[in-house]
Design a protein around this ligand. Sequence first.
Ligand code: NAD
Ligand code: ZN
Length: 370
Amino acid sequence: MSAVLKVAVDGAHPYAISIGADLLDDGVLLAATIRGRHALIVSDSNVAPLYADRVQAALQAVRPDLTIARLVIPPGEHEKTLQRFGEVLDALAGLSATRDAAVIALGGGVIGDLAGFAGACWMRGIDVVQIPTTLLAMVDSSVGGKTAVDLPAGKNLVGAFHPPRAVIADTSVLHTLPDRELRAGLAEVVKYGVTAVSLDPADAGFLDWLEAHAEALLAREPAITAEAIARCCAFKAAVVGRDLLEHGDRALLNFGHTFGHAIEVEQGYAGTHGGGLNHGEAVAVGMVLAMRLSAALGLAPASAGDRLQRLLQRLELPTSIPEGLAPDALLTRMRLDKKADAAGIRFILADGAGRARVVPGVEEATVLAV
Ligand code: NAD
Ligand code: ZN
């Protein structure tokens, strides 16, 4: 299955999300996204040895005049820093990149967010081509133009909205993705299920579909995986198209993230590589907590938390706060999250049947009880 979706945002350049097998070798598709004579491929040391030569060769075959440089950084959330951001800018300077240059982000969400933010800032913004290589990046981070790096004080605290020039999701690269990273992506897929009715009433049954296909998704069944990616991208394209800057319902995509980010920060962004939870796993735990909070506030039946927990467990994701993390320390982190304001902590809460909404000023005692 292959698909091309369009993201049309008011006042911004519309862009295409191409989804299909072996797109990395499609030089014509790749070259069509590059306007100038310079491109910088940013990748990590797991992904670059597997795929960077293919991307570069395919591009160069169609555009022999293109000067392509490469920056490869170590993998992991721990690297989504201002320091690495500076390295991307230095690489662009080394390439003498002009305003029509392109940054090609080849990797997971860490690379996409980091390279995307550098592309947003170099000469006040150049083209960014997202080539996501994790399931998480294909269904979520590569689409929508949110870019950022982390600070020790909090996740994604420095960043920019900078829609990509194009998103090219080659589903065949998922063959080399470690199981644990596949499951992390499935956590964000489940997030669309929990919010589906609010995102697109016409595609309301996504949570039921996920329950029916959980094992097929875990087994990487190609047609089911491609369908999940296309449906998630369609949800995201629609919501981003009507709310690029997250003044409205785009915020629903943060379901589970207030708790999840607190876990990630409190673990010092240890992630997969440092013995902690990765982003998707932290979001899985966060979604269960958010659903329990929704029930505690009378917005969802208690059974909704159980249903969500069962699905996440079938997907072999964690569903409770890791040992050693104190609830009050997490609460302190949540106060610093971008979703907090003077009135208290804002949560995205759900009804368990696909509807979600933003609830500001939730009392801290209720959060702690959950
Ligand atoms: P990641 O980029 O760290 O990738 C996970 C691991 O998989 C890394 O070790 C990477 O080297 C490896 N890898 C990637 N592709 C591979 C492949 N095809 N084969 C083998 N190994 C591969 O993590 P992620 O889960 O993709 O992204 C998480 C990040 O995304 C977080 O920082 C999160 O905040 C961000 N995010 C951003 C948005 C957004 O809208 N911008 C949305 C969701 C998540
Ligand atoms: Zn996320």
